[in-house]
Design a protein around this ligand. Structure first.
Ligand code: FEO
Ligand code: CA
Ligand code: CA
Ligand code: CA
Length: 718
């Protein structure tokens, strides 16, 4: 699904204001010694107080030869590595459920016990013999996988039925609703690889029909009242489940990204709304012309499973307790799920703010310090956020499961990032009553903290956050706490609106067709002041600029990419425990040269490169900007490891705690098949048949990668 909504707010972008450059400090000073136990974000490994198991990334070496770019309809892996499929769309998750037909014939309800579609963010939780979380267990685990969306053309017998701009087939729409969300499946080691345990008691689906609790400061807000929950404390379902996160108490975070697309709201509804309501709905893309079709199924059910996607004012109440006018406010959150307790209700954690959540990535977990999660809002010109808990981490809470979530995820401070031209950065607090975020704010009148969190984008606008080139995944370096985040691409970045952190405007023509703006994206990174996740200042640079290897080396290919490591549109990003950084792509610009891919990178650190001046050009016009670029990686520190099948996205990645098995998701191969030449009856019109081959419909899948000699994946200590 495209994620090309636009932040057209009047946020003044304060990047021209130079702030004092921070003095560089030893980022690790004092950070590791005191804690009784360290829990590294981005991994599930408990480390000793001295941190002696930390690998020095300077000694890390890539252990494979680069894979060539390819357009083949298969998974191409580095030599010496193999993969097998863990699960694909529709695979059974319970005993007695028949194998998936892959012809669309299943009834919708069967997806309550089948793997969903469009696999995305993912995490492996080690499973102990006692059925509890075992952070170091590798032979058996619970794999939590997001299912972001569906390719409806392949999910039904003859594609999606649409008549007069309506969906007449309730079974089709319900199947789509049940194929989105996330799945939990037990996996176990069998021989050299892993397999799904079909009859595990832990297997579970969470879908857009699941009852979910609303927690945190926005629970019980008048803005959360719906016919489903007149107290504003519950909602039905989670959707747009893109990337993910996890907690140091062994729970999974699934993040709601493109939820706004699912709501219907005719233009006539605007006139029934207050100016504030319209400002909020517009800023979140539930504009008064959103004509999503799920709500058009007639007749609706008694529980309004279809009608609830109509977000217009249909009732007569003053507070929305008799319709779903406020339903959009109950989506756009980080949702916590306890995979070890299949009967537990998921919880939406409103303290982390509402936007197009890509994911929520934990910072280093250090006893006695607050917990931190980094987050991106993925649309053009949107922002980077972080959440800092008020409670400080008590390692005893690691065994409390979801109960610990109420302590750390309901009570904290939300910040949004401003990247200054001089390489410094500021975290701008989003708290009601501070810095003008109150009823008197001229940009939007914020009534309370619930209003600030529900309208976090508006609060971030009002504070002058930096508009980024579409924030996707973040990842925290387990060795030094530095944070990396992909900015996937931004065709709306204008020649005269570049800034130091989003500095490129260029043309990357594809088959002779112009692709302007920041067509290939980049990866930004930052070091928190004093290496503290709770800091309000940071220092940043650009780790990698994506580009074709033959692009202008001065203004476009600033990272010196070569044929062995050139890429476009970085999206998934993830640190292995070894300190190796994996980069996944969701590309459109470079797909004349290669399908989407997975690359392995050995990170440096913020400030290891230099300041460079970029001259951007278009039709005789120019703009010049200084930016801060990390050290050129060269083939030794950045290499292509995998290329996926045709028209897929590579997204979602996790490993077993022993680092011997890497799980990767192949999302929607052949996705754009369902364009103008598509004929479901003619398999020759499908762009991909992966993974089954022949004339089969393509299916999203999780694969597991192992090294043929059983060794560590991607890199090892030299
Ligand atoms: Fe679902 Fe922003 O990727
Ligand atoms: Ca996708
Ligand atoms: Ca993504
Ligand atoms: Ca993407």
């Amino acid at each position: 699904m495209l994620t090309d909504t636009e932040n057209d707010s009047t946020n003044p972008e304060f990047n021209h204001i130079l702030s004092e450059r921070l003095s560089r400090r030893s980022m690790l000073k004092g950070s590791f010694g005191a804690a009784a136990a360290l829990y590294f974000g981005g991994s599930s490994l408990l480390l000793s107080a001295t941190g002696e198991t930390r690998a020095a990334t300077s000694k890390l070496k890539l252990n494979f030869a680069a894979v060539n770019k390819t357009l083949n309809d298969k998974v191409t892996l580095a030599q010496g590595y193999s993969y097998r499929i863990i699960s694909s769309t529709g695979d059974p998750l319970a005993e007695g459920i028949p194998a998936y037909s892959n012809n669309g014939s299943e009834r919708a309800e069967s997806f309550n016990k089948r793997v969903g579609d469009h696999h995305d963010g993912m995490h492996f939780f080690g499973l102990g013999k006692n059925g509890l979380w075992s952070p170091l267990a590798s032979d058996r685990g619970l794999l939590c996988v997001n299912h972001e969306s569906v390719t409806a053309g392949f999910l039904h017998p003859t594609g999606a039925t649409i008549v007069d701009e309506k969906r007449p087939n309730d079974n089709e729409v319900l199947k789509e609703m049940l194929a989105i969300g996330m799945s939990i499946a037990e996996v176990k080691k069998v021989g050299p690889s892993y397999t799904l345990v079909q009859n595990s008691r832990f297997n579970r689906r969470v879908t857009s029909m699941t009852d979910i609790e609303i927690t945190g400061p926005a629970a019980r807000s008048p803005l959360m009242i719906t016919k489903y929950s007149v107290t504003g404390t519950r909602t039905r379902g989670t959707i747009g489940n893109c990337a993910n996160g996890h907690t140091p108490w062994g729970t999974y975070l699934t993040c709601e990204e493109n939820w706004a697309y699912f709501f219907r709201r005719p233009a006539s509804d605007d006139s029934k709304r207050s100016a504030r309501e319209n400002a909020s709905l517009k800023r979140y893309g539930v504009k008064g012309n959103s004509l999503s079709l799920w709500a058009t199924v007639q007749p609706d059910t008694a529980d309004n499973r279809f009608g609830r996607w109509d977000a217009s004012i249909n009732g007569t109440s003053g507070d929305g307790s008799d319709d779903y006018r406020n339903a959009p406010n109950t989506f756009g959150w980080v949702v916590e799920i306890d995979p070890f307790n299949p009967d537990s209700a998921p919880k939406k954690r409103t303290a982390l703010g509402r936007f197009a959540h890509e994911g929520a990535w934990p910072g280093l977990v250090i006893a006695g310090q607050p917990l931190v999660w980094y987050m991106g809002c993925d649309s053009r010109h949107e922002y980077i956020y972080k959440y800092v808990s008020n409670a400080v981490w008590d390692p005893a809470d690691a065994k409390r499961g979801a109960a610990a979530g109420d302590k750390y995820l309901n009570d904290g401070t939300l910040y949004v990032a401003r990247f200054n031209a001089d390489g410094s950065g500021d975290w701008l607090e989003l708290t009601h009553g501070r810095n003008g975020l109150d009823r008197d704010n001229s940009y939007y009148s914020f009534s309370d903290q619930a209003d600030v969190l529900i309208n976090a984008r508006l609060a971030a606008d009002a504070r002058g956050a930096t508009k980024m080139d579409r924030p996707e995944w973040g990842a925290v370096n387990p060795n030094n706490g530095e944070v990396y985040m992909t900015l996937t691409y931004n065709p709306s970045r204008a020649l005269d609106k570049v800034d130091a952190a989003n500095p490129r405007f260029y043309n990357d023509p594809k088959k002779g067709v112009a692709q302007k703006g920041n067509a290939n994206g980049h990866i930004i990174r930052w070091a928190e002041h004093d290496a503290k996740g709770s800091a309000t200042k940071f220092q940043w640079d650009v780790f990698l600029f994506a580009a074709r290897s033959n692009a202008d080396p001065v203004n476009i290919n600033l990272s010196g990419l070569t044929a062995d490591n050139d890429f476009s549109s970085p999206d998934g990003l993830w640190f292995a425990r070894s300190g190796l950084l994996w980069v996944e792509t969701d590309d459109h610009a470079f797909t004349d040269a290669s399908n989407c891919m997975l690359l392995a990178a050995i990170p440096g650190k913020v400030g290891d490169g230099s300041t460079k001046t970029i001259v951007n050009s278009d039709n005789g016009q120019q703009s010049t900007v200084n930016t801060h670029v990390g050290a050129t990686p060269g083939d030794d520190r950045l290499r292509r490891f995998l290329v996926g099948p045709v028209d897929c996205e590579i997204t979602g990645i996790t490993e077993t705690p022993d680092g011997r098995a890497l799980f990767v998701n192949i999302q929607h191969p052949g996705e754009t098949t369902t364009g103008k030449n598509f004929n479901i009856a003619d398999p020759s019109t499908y762009l991909s048949h992966w993974p089954q081959g022949g004339t089969a419909r393509p299916r999203s899948s999780t694969i597991v990668i192992t090294r043929d000699d059983g060794g560590p994946i991607g890199a090892e200590l030299a």
